[in-house]
Design a binder for this molecule. Structure first.
Ligand code: OOB
Length: 531
C-alpha cells in the first residue's frame, strides 16, 4: 500500500490562503511567462560555459520541453533530475514545468542506491544527468540504474539537449494547485521520503522570500549549495532571484578557491551556505586575494550556525549574516534586516508568513511555556500535508489536524523567532547533509559478516556532527572499517552517508529499557561516545 501522491490542504485552508493572496492560481508556465516578459534581455543565469538572458533561457526551455514531449514524456510523468550547478539545470526544470512533467530533485552526491530508488518508487519515465562532473561518471551510473528500472524509458545527458527532436505545440500546463515537482526530505527513515510541492504553495514562499531578503534586479546570487536543494532553490534561491529579475551565478563547488573568484567577477551580492562552508570562507586566506566587497549578505542554514561564528561574519567577510532555518517540507524562517543584532546572531529566524502556525510541544503533546524548548510542529500555506505515496509514514509525521512534526527541538522567543536547540528525530545533521541512521544501518546489515549495526552522531567542531557506526560481527571474521566502507561504496550509497567512523564491537550496551528500541540504543551509544 503506497498511499496518496498528494494530500491536499482542506478546502477551508485553501480558501483562506487564496483570500489572503498567498495562492495566486499561477502555474509555473505562467510564472515563466511573467518573468520572461518583465526581464527579457537581462542576464538570468551564467556558469563556466554559458551566459543566458531571461529570453534565451526561456527559448531553450521551450525547445527542450517540445523535444521531451516528442520523445514521449507527457504531463504528470516523473523525471529524475541529477545535475550539478550548471545553467542547464534551469533549462531542464523549466522545460519540465512547461511540459507539466514532474522533476524529482536528486543531488549530485547520490549514487545507484538513491537514484535507483527514486526511479523505481516514482516510476520515472526519464533520468537527466550531466555526463561527467567532479571526476564522476554519471553515464556509468545511469547504465547501472537503467538495468534495474524497466519503467525508465530515457536517460538524457545535458550534452544531448540540443539534439532532441523538434516537437509540436505543448499541452496545457498543470493547474497551480496540482503537484509540480518532488523535493527530497532530509530523511529519518529507511528510505528518503518525497515531498510534493505545488506552484501555488511554492511560488508563495518564493515571492515572500525574495521580498524578505530584499532582492531586486541588482541582485547577483551565487549558487554555492547544490542547486536542487530547497535552500538554494527557493530560500530565496534561484527562483527568488529570477522572480526579482536578478542574476543567478552557478558555482560548481563551494570552496573559497572556486567561490571567491566568482564573487569578484560577477559582483555577487548574496549567497546561501551551510555552516561548515561559512566557517571555511571565514578562515580562508584567499579572502585577501579577491575583491569580496560586493557581497552584502551571507545566508547560513541547513544546520545550526553557532552564535560565536555568526558574530564574526561581518569582520571576516565584510557582509551581513542572515540565519535561515528551513525544511524541504515547507516552513522557512529568516532573521530579518531590521532584527536586533542579538537576534540575528542568536536565533534561527522567524517564519515567512503570519499564517505559518507554530506549536512547541513537550513529549506529552502539550504546549510548553513560552521560551521553553519543545518539539516544533507547523502548518501553513506552503507546508505540505503529506509525503508522496507514504500513507503509513504520514500518519506518524503529521497530526490529525495537519501539523507537520518537524522533529526539531526549538525555543520560541517573545518576538516569534525560533532558536534551534536539538532534535527528537532519527537523523544526523552532518554539516547540513542529512543522514538517516536506519538507512545506513540497513545497508550495513546487508554485509554477510555483520550481525547488527547502529549508527549515531558524534559531535564535531567543523561539521557539527559526524557519523559513527557501531558494528557487531556475525562470526570470527570481523570485517574491518575499511572493508565496510568499501562495501557501502560498492553498493552505491551516497558518499556523505558512509560512516566517518566505524567501531567494531562485541556487543551493544544494555539500554536499561525492557525492550531494546533502536532509538534508545542509539542514545546510549551516543552517550558512550561523548563521555
Ligand atoms: C534545509 O532543508 P532540509 O529539508 O535539508 O533539512 C531540514 C532540517 C530541519 O528540520 C532542521 O533539522 C535542519 O534541517 N535545519 C537546521 C537549520 N536549517 C535546517 N537546524 C538548525 N539551524 C538551521 N538554521 O536544511 C533547508 C531548507 C530551506 C532553507 C534552509 C535550509
Amino acid at each position: 500500500m503506497t498511499g496518496a501522491e498528494f494530500t491536499p490542504w482542506p478546502p477551508e485552508f485553501a480558501e483562506r490562503y487564496r483570500a489572503a493572496g498567498y495562492w495566486q492560481g499561477q502555474n509555473f508556465p505562467q510564472w515563466l511567462d511573467e518573468i520572461t516578459a518583465k526581464y527579457g534581455d537581462r542576464l538570468a543565469v551564467c556558469d563556466e560555459r554559458n551566459r543566458w538572458t531571461y529570453r534565451e533561457l526561456d527559448e531553450r526551455a521551450r525547445r527542450t520541453a517540445r523535444g521531451l514531449h516528442a520523445l514521449g514524456i507527457v504531463p504528470g510523468d516523473r523525471v529524475v533530475v541529477q545535475l550539478p550547478n550548471v545553467a542547464e539545470f534551469l533549462q531542464v526544470i523549466f522545460a519540465l514545468f512547461r511540459l507539466g512533467a514532474l522533476p524529482v530533485f536528486a543531488l549530485p552526491a547520490h549514487r545507484s542506491q538513491e537514484i535507483g530508488y527514486f526511479c523505481r518508487f516514482t516510476e520515472a519515465a526519464a533520468y537527466v544527468i550531466a555526463e561527467r562532473h567532479a571526476g564522476f561518471d554519471y553515464r556509468a551510473l545511469a547504465e547501472q540504474v537503467r538495468a534495474d528500472c524497466p519503467a525508465l524509458r530515457h536517460v538524457l545527458a545535458i550534452s544531448e539537449l540540443d539534439e532532441l527532436p523538434e516537437g509540436g505545440p505543448l499541452p496545457q500546463g498543470p493547474a497551480a494547485g496540482e503537484v509540480a515537482f518532488l523535493q527530497l526530505s532530509g530523511g529519518s527513515t529507511g528510505v528518503p521520503k518525497l515531498i510534493p510541492r505545488t506552484a501555488d504553495d511554492y511560488l508563495y514562499s518564493v515571492r515572500d522570500s525574495a521580498a524578505i531578503c530584499g532582492l531586486n534586479t541588482g541582485t547577483s546570487y551565487l549558487v554555492s549549495l547544490p542547486v536542487a536543494h530547497n535552500f538554494a532553490m527557493s530560500s530565496p534561491g534561484v527562483l527568488g532571484v529570477l522572480h526579482a529579475g536578478g542574476r543567478v551565478v552557478m558555482c560548481p563547488a563551494p570552496s573559497p578557491d572556486t567561490a571567491f573568484p566568482l564573487i569578484e567577477r560577477e559582483r555577487v551580492t548574496i549567497t546561501g551556505v551551510v555552516p561548515p562552508v561559512a566557517l571555511a570562507w571565514m578562515a580562508s586566506s584567499a579572502r585577501d586575494q579577491h575583491d569580496l566587497s560586493s557581497l552584502d549578505v551571507l545566508q547560513v542554514g541547513g544546520a545550526k550556525f553557532a552564535r560565536e561564528a555568526a558574530v564574526r561574519v561581518r569582520e571576516a567577510l565584510g557582509c551581513r549574516v542572515q540565519q535561515v532555518f528551513g525544511m524541504a517540507e515547507g516552513l522557512v524562517n529568516y532573521t530579518r534586516d531590521e532584527d536586533p543584532e542579538e537576534v540575528v546572531h542568536g536565533s534561527q529566524g522567524r517564519p515567512i508568513s503570519v499564517d505559518d502556525e507554530i506549536r512547541v510541544l513537550d513529549p506529552a503533546g502539550n504546549e510548553v511555556a513560552p521560551g521553553e524548548p519543545g518539539e516544533l510542529l507547523t502548518r501553513g500555506p506552503y507546508t505540505i500535508r503529506g509525503y508522496y505515496r507514504a500513507e503509513e509514514h504520514n500518519a506518524l509525521a503529521f497530526t490529525e489536524d495537519g501539523f507537520y512534526r518537524t522533529g526539531d527541538v526549538v525555543r520560541r522567543l517573545g518576538s516569534g523567532h525560533l532558536v534551534v536547540e536539538g532534535r527528537v528525530k532519527d537523523q544526523i545533521n552532518r554539516g547540513g547533509e542529512k543522514v538517516a541512521p536506519e538507512e545506513v544501518e540497513n545497508h550495513l546489515l546487508a554485509h554477510e559478516s555483520v550481525h547488527d549495526a547502529a549508527v549515531v552522531a558524534v559531535p564535531d567542531t567543523y561539521l557539527g556532527e559526524r557519523t559513527c557506526a557501531f558494528v557487531i560481527p556475525s562470526g570470527q571474521d570481523a570485517p574491518t572499517a575499511a572493508q565496510l566502507r568499501a562495501f557501502l561504496r560498492e553498493r552505491g550509497l551516497a558518499g556523505y552517508k558512509i560512516p566517518d567512523r566505524i567501531e567494531v564491537v562485541e556487543s551493544f550496551p544494555h539500554t536499561g529499557v525492557g525492550k531494546t528500541s533502536r532509538r534508545d540504543l542509539r542514545r546510549v551509544l551516543t552517550e558512550h561516545l561523548t563521555r
